[in-house]
Design a protein around this ligand. Sequence first.
Ligand code: ADP
Ligand code: MG
Length: 616
Amino acid sequence: MADRIQLLPDHVANQIAAGEVVQRPASVVKELLENAIDAGASVVKLIVKDGGKTLIQVVDDGSGMSVTDARLSFERHATSKIRSAEDLFDLHTKGFRGEALASIAAIAHVEMHSRLEETELGTHLKIEGSKVISQETAATPVGTSVAVKNLFFNIPARRNFLKSTKIELRHITDEFHRVVLAHPAVEFHFYNNGSELFNLPATGLRKRIVHIFGSRTNEKLVPVTESTHVVGVSGFICKPEFAKKSRGEQFFFVNNRYIRNSYLHHALVSAYEGLIKPDTHPGYFLYLEVNPASIDINIHPTKTEIKFDDERSLYAILRATVKHSLGQFNVAPVLDFEHDKNLDTPYAYRQKGAISPNISVNARFNPFDEGKQQERPVFSRVSSDRGSWEALYSGLDTNDRQENGFSSVHLESDAITGSIFDRQEETDRSGATTFQFKRKYIVTSIKSGLLVIDQNRAHQRVLYEKFLKSITIRNAISQQLLFPLKLSLSRSDVQSLEEIKETLSAVGFVFGKLEDETAEVTGVPLLVTQGEVAAVLDQLIADCQAHNDSQGFSQTDVFSKTLSRSLAVKAGEVLDPASRQALVDDLFACKEPAFSPFNKSVYTTITESDIDKKFT
Ligand code: ADP
Ligand code: MG
């Protein structure tokens, strides 16, 4: 039989390798920025067009390259950074594989200008799909400029797979943040489609953070320092009261390289235990210095994971250090998580003026009439995305039902006690009265027994259907604010807001100018009070970012869920009788009253025979 194995031609091998290094424009940005840093640049410019799909260019004033080096830099495994395997254990550069430029050149149109300080003229190289198109001497400044155009031009499948320009731009911005935070002493400029997104002068870390995330960030930062024989820790953590709904501002750097490490992240979060709400995330910018020989970063070209020799000590040191800083800066105690919601507008009045959902209901239909229960299979709903949603919001549901709470029923107040015993037992819901149990449940009597409704979930369901509808038919009512609200956000949050403002207008949010670090809000949905706007938008942005990349993402659904969760009455809020009744009525006007938008049961019934059994 004839031999069949052949060596792949270089350009094919390069294309395959490129698949590992370059997933999207942001990967190119990371590689080029890191090369500029490795070359000792003091000013670096990043220029992108159309989320990097049309152009990614990095210009530096670093060492530059000789003619030969410029040409060689595009060969696979060509690197000036390591000479032998031992060097891997003493890395002081970002790159070391010599793969990035070869990979990028295999799948894009690349143009490089480079000049050493000691030569008068530099080199101008053009490479397309690994083929050198031209190489000539050229007048060019000291340093290197690499322009990458038409990424994935020869791999249509990958090109088609790219996300919208805005999403790609956000990935690029994320990579940019990771590099510039590791190198505050280097000046950076970032231009997108001709406008300057970031202008970061050379400075110290604190100012760099503030330049990136907005002037309001300064007051949030608490310094951290510790030095032990295992690790040096420095940087900043954010005060607990500024914990955010989104995970955005969490950065670990090890030896100035951005890394992700869930174990260390856990150490950090555990130091905040009891200081922040369970569904919020502390911000941090932490820099660990360890002996390069004690880590293994050689796992995968683009992975940001890292292995440490002695993770457990690191965990303990990090946790203690962060706790110490929180304590020292007197930021540990206090914190009143919930303002007294009972001072807010009662439920029954909150919806005044809102258009009630146009859902047709059979007025004579009684869902609690046992004989007819089959007609309305409310419990049959099993949503296919149940798992993922539950996982996303797990831990948020702090008022989980106590299994046997019913055996120890005691009534909250005399007034309520009175109303219960005063009334005649009713057999249909229209005449039923309600009472509130533990400020958490609404209890009402139905023909077959008692109905216990979780007030928070019930209201979530009501709001969810309302928002779904108003987004779909775009009839939301917005209350115009007399004085537009100016919110200070990070630039990337403003960017995200720009992406979703169209859909948000369908629920009643109206925006004025969105620029740099401020968002102007001129109108809000009827149900949102001015004091809630910032928190609600924060949550919307966070959820939207979390879902942007997932397949089958429906903004309408995400928004409706977020808003219903943010705005629903919570456990602990006292509801007056009118509000309770209104909520029960609204709930049973819903299409799916039995489940919250997050697929949790909204109510349960305790049948007469359940009660009878207690008395046998
Ligand atoms: P690596 O960074 O892993 O060495 P790259 O493919 O990114 O691999 O780069 C190959 C080589 O090209 C580098 O080792 C370096 O010598 C040279 N090089 C790349 N970019 C620059 C730059 N901006 N300035 C100077 N030299 C560079
Ligand atoms: Mg490199």
